[in-house]
Design a protein around this ligand. Structure first.
Ligand code: PMP
Length: 442
């Protein structure tokens, strides 16, 4: 079992006071806090071992290279990859997904081909493929989202067909928390021979991941969402595909040899890790992965289910239909993400007011604008019947507040959150008059 009180001792930032109140950090879907073990590992690297990797015979460079290579091994173990060289270190999920879109898409997609995405996609999964589709004159198709926050699987047969070259989707939604049925999507994609690209940004940090079972071709995730440093991320790919794939970014560290008219690339992962990599980020991420493996990813998942169950129960009991909640109600179908609106109180105002109580949440459209428009996710009640043509109008009227949990969160924090939100709702009429300062949609 996961003991959150013990875990909390490893996170020094949890001692921070925010507006003279103890920090309650519910913004984990954006980025998690860092345990002292990760902070110390980065410090140790800088203090004792720092040098560039793969460039020198001197001791420090050898040590740094060894630590960097070992980090690939650790991440391979974390997601049960067959081998360390299936792990490509990237800056974040966004870079990993762009890598696949450019490296694979530019060479394998042709005019008239179809790319299947979902309305639930984070922009980082959706936009690289839309970009490639534009360049290659391919067609984009979407799997829709039902009102209760699931992908519409009834559409699979109609949307995925012989013309489909790629199916890209999130394993878990960053807004609704929905855990998608990977098996169903992979099965259909395989029938037509399409490439399957999974966005694991919101799944890998929160549940066990076994790439041998997932059955996808590529999986990208971010280190900063799983206790690791900013600037750390992973693209996992099937070994044969990584071997075939042309590099996306090219330059130093990617080549075996260069002549004036020829290049021989190194084997994966090196041919994809161009230039001096983010060495300390990879080393820190490996320590984060070790930390999570020690806790056990099943325990992480169980802890989050407990928290999200409690949160939804408390929200319903306390606020009834004053709150609009988005996403599946079955907590076994979702991660620890709770998106909601207080009826007729702007989501940015709610987030700012929660900050006054020391509670960190995110508000806006969470880099999933099409999803907010499709489900009419707005603080307005009744919700807008249509999506306005004017951009600023859309940005102002659509959005949600998102609370998201991780291993150090507790039911006591949820009680405090519910109490704080009760006060905010009591003050709704006064708060309504407050101008919404920044329309930060992110
Ligand atoms: N996909 C999903 C589902 C996400 O939640 C995020 C982060 N919000 C990303 C992709 C992008 O992650 P990053 O900003 O680390 O590239």
């Amino acid at each position: 079992m996961l003991n959150a009180d013990e875990v909390r001792k490893d996170f020094p930032i949890l001692n921070r006071m925010i507006h003279e109140r103890k920090l309650v950090y519910f913004d984990n879907a954006a980025s998690t806090l860092k345990p002292i073990q990760v902070i110390e590992a980065i410090k140790n690297f800088y203090v004792n071992h720092y040098a560039n990797v793969h460039r020198g015979f001197h001791t420090l460079s050898q040590e740094a290279s060894q630590m960097y290579e070992q980090a690939h091994e650790t991440l391979a173990k974390f997601i049960n990859a067959y081998s360390w060289d299936e792990i490509v270190f990237v800056n974040n999920t966004t870079e990993g997904l762009n890598l696949v879109a450019y490296s694979w898409g530019l060479h394998n997609i042709n005019e008239g081909d179809e790319i299947v995405l979902t309305v639930m996609d984070h922009h980082s999964s959706m936009l690289p493929w839309r970009h490639i589709a534009k360049i290659k004159k391919a067609r984009i198709k979407y799997i829709n989202v039902t009102n209760d926050g699931y992908l519409n699987y009834d559409q699979l047969d109609e949307v995925i067909n012989e013309k489909t070259k790629v199916v890209a989707f999130p394993i878990a939604s960053n807004v609704l928390g929905t855990i998608n049925d990977v098996r169903k999507i992979v099965k259909k994609a395989r029938e037509v021979g399409a490439l399957v690209v999974a966005d694991g940004a919101q799944s890998v940090p929160h549940m066990p991941t076994d790439v041998r079972e997932l059955g996808v071709d590529f999986l990208a995730f971010s280190g900063h969402k799983m206790l690791g440093p900013t600037g750390s991320g992973v693209l996992w790919g099937r070994r044969d595909l990584l071997q075939e794939l042309k590099p996306f970014k090219v330059g130093g560290d990617t080549i075996k040899d260069v002549t004036l008219d020829d290049v021989i690339w190194l084997n994966p992962p090196w041919k994809f890790e161009a230039g001096t990599p983010n060495i300390e980020a990879a080393i820190g991420l490996a320590v984060a992965a070790e930390y999570l493996m020690k806790i056990g990813m099943e325990n992480v998942r169980r802890h989050e289910i407990e928290l999200v169950e409690y949160m939804l129960k408390m929200m319903l009991e306390t606020f009834g239909d004053e709150i609009i909640y988005y996403g599946p109600k079955n907590t076994h179908h979702k991660t620890g993400v709770v998106a909601f609106n207080v009826k007729n109180l702007h989501f940015h105002i709610v987030a700012q007011a929660l900050d006054y109580f020391g509670i960190a949440v995110r508000s806006g459209m969470h880099c999933a604008h099409p999803l907010h428009y499709a489900l009419r996710i707005s603080h307005e009640y009744p919700p807008p019947q249509s999506v306005p043509d004017e951009v600023d109008e859309r940005l102002k009227r659509f959005g949600s507040v998102r609370a998201s949990f991780y291993i150090y969160n507790t039911k006591e924090e949820i009680d405090y959150f519910i109490g704080s939100l009760s006060m905010i709702i009591l003050l709704r009429e006064q708060l309504k008059t407050k101008p919404v300062e920044a329309v930060c949609t992110g």
